[in-house]
Design a protein around this ligand. Structure first.
Ligand code: E4P
Length: 217
């Protein structure tokens, strides 16, 4: 499973890139606003730090402006994935950009029917938002299972990018289903490392090693 980080915070991205476990980055207009940074130079900077796909979302909602924005974003770096909303106009932009060799991430997916359309439009990634589905009393993971089944039935190359991840169990459940990617807030990636028995066990080992009076180096 690939791990993307869902943030516009370049310091977090640099830090997580240093783990060697980061495969890509996703951003959205809300995360860009939170970063306080200028969008285009920020995406260029992220693309320098991370060699995997970096999702940069269009701001418009009409086809004509979205396609122009998408082309401009795709020129920032080869690893930009243009992010478009799951609307008729967004999928039209997806088809056109995908046909011309640009990676496209179709975002704001909340149903299997929408995911089927995105795959047919040539999306590189489909982003189902599991946390926001959970928030309204629907199990987001059911959607991941449905999309994986449909994509496998037809050998669609579109990768399922589990989005709106809120906690480590979302990632574990998505991995059990076989989803290709999870994009996670930085704190959730860090939570994956944690287990109290690891901390307790390590403290004991450190103490017991001291008793031996030995050194390895
Ligand atoms: C995905 O690409 C989105 O940016 C993100 O996962 C949305 O998450 P949220 O529901 O926590 O805002």
């Amino acid at each position: 499973m690939k791990f993307f980080v869902d943030t516009g915070d370049i310091a977090e991205i640099r830090d997580l890139a240093g783990t060697g476990l980061l495969d890509g980055v996703t951003t959205n207009p809300s995360l860009i606003a939170k970063s306080g940074r200028d969008f285009l130079p920020l995406i260029a900077e992220i693309c320098d730090v991370v060699s995997g796909p970096v999702s940069a979302e269009v701001a418009a909602t009409d086809y004509e402006t979205m396609i122009r924005e998408g082309r401009k974003l795709s020129e920032i770096a080869d690893n930009v994935a243009v992010k478009v909303p799951l609307t008729p106009a967004g999928l039209r932009v997806c088809k056109e950009l995908s046909d011309s060799g640009t990676m496209v991430n179709v975002t704001l997916c909340f149903s299997a029917a929408q995911a089927l359309l995105a795959a047919k439009a040539g999306a590189t990634f489909i982003s189902p938002f599991v946390g926001r589905l959970d928030d309204v009393g629907t199990d987001g993971m059911d959607l991941i299972e449905d999309i994986m089944t449909i994509y496998e039935n037809y050998d669609f190359p579109t990768e399922v990018l589990v989005a709106s991840v809120r906690h480590p169990m979302h990632i574990v459940q998505a991995a059990k289903i076989g989803a290709h990617v999870a994009t996670c807030p930085p704190n959730v990636i860090r939570q994956l490392y944690n287990h109290p028995l690891t901390d307790k066990g390590l403290a004991t080992f450190v103490e017991d090693w001291k008793k031996t009076g030995q050194t390895i180096l």
